[in-house]
Design a protein around this ligand. Structure first.
Ligand SMILES: NC(=O)c1ccc[n+]([C@@H]2O[C@H](COP(=O)([O-])OP(=O)(O)OC[C@H]3O[C@@H](n4cnc5c(N)ncnc54)[C@H](OP(=O)(O)O)[C@@H]3O)[C@@H](O)[C@H]2O)c1
Length: 227
């Protein structure tokens, strides 16, 4: 990944930060567009923090990608990590949860991807979308989340086909439960050692973004630790 330029959405969150740190450690340039103003990663030459960007706002996202390309000269990779989870049954929850999950998990990925494509076509770059294991099989209270993450898989499949001739690769990862502070707080009795670690997912994502994965597009990689 040396000297590659990678944009990570959701880079202020737990997994996004782990990907950004791994990419920087591998010698990449990293850009983090998102709503927050400041990253927890130490300021450095190769890191560009683009705060105040709502990833569902195409004009703002397009501007952010223009800034990345101006600063680093190109864009080689996009990791669509932004997203979130809300447990809610259809019978007892409001319908607004469906719109919220759709916007947070799917529209953010579609918006960032549309803004990134002109640059990725030029660089023959790659996209990795973060879906989730429930995209394949939803449990109770997961309808909106699972449907939105299934949408991320369908986006991955269609885009991989659309961009094949343009040389842009598009893959998805499907983590099961990640070892995050929030999950530990929500499930204090769980065996955390079985959960997949953000750094482990980051390694898989960097591989899919790298030229080592140049023969892989349209893949859906389950990352389950020992869950
Ligand atoms: N945690 C798990 O167990 C787990 C399991 C499987 C899959 N995943 C997926 O992995 C990804 C990362 O999870 P995580 O645990 O690292 O979550 P996280 O710490 O909550 O980070 C998610 C990030 O996405 C950002 N985001 C969401 N909507 C946005 C928008 N419209 N504009 C800008 N930023 C937006 C959030 O920013 P704000 O703070 O500004 O909202 C936040 O920084 C998510 O897609 C999640 O669904 C997580």
């Amino acid at each position: 990944m040396r000297d590659k330029v990678v944009v990570v959405t959701g880079g202020f969150g737990v997994l996004g930060q782990a990907i950004a740190e791994a990419a920087l450690a591998a010698g990449a340039f990293v850009a983090l567009p998102g709503r927050e103003a400041k990253s927890r990663i130490a300021e450095q030459e190769r890191l560009l923090v683009l705060g105040g960007v709502d990833l569902t706002d195409f004009a703002a996202v397009k501007q952010a990608f223009e800034t990345v390309a101006t600063r680093f000269g190109k864009i080689d990779g996009l990791a669509n990590v932004a997203g979130g989870f809300r447990w809610q049954t259809l019978g007892d929850g409001g319908l607004d949860g469906w719109t919220e999950q759709f916007r947070m998990n799917l529209l953010t990925a579609a918006t960032a991807t549309k803004a990134a494509l002109p640059y990725l076509r030029t660089s023959q770059g790659a996209i990795v979308n973060v879906a989730s294991a429930p995209a394949k099989k939803a449990g109770a209270g997961m309808g909106a989340y699972a449907a939105s993450k299934s949408g991320v898989l369908r986006l991955t499949e269609s885009l991989a086909e659309e961009e094949k001739n343009a040389g842009v690769r598009v893959n998805a990862v499907l983590p099961t439960i990640i070892d995050t502070p929030r999950n530990r707080a929500d499930m204090p009795k769980a065996d955390f050692t079985r959960w997949v670690k953000p750094e482990e997912i980051a390694k898989a994502i960097l591989f899919l973004l790298s030229s080592d994965a140049k023969a892989i597009t349209g893949a859906e990689l389950l990352i389950s630790g020992r869950t």
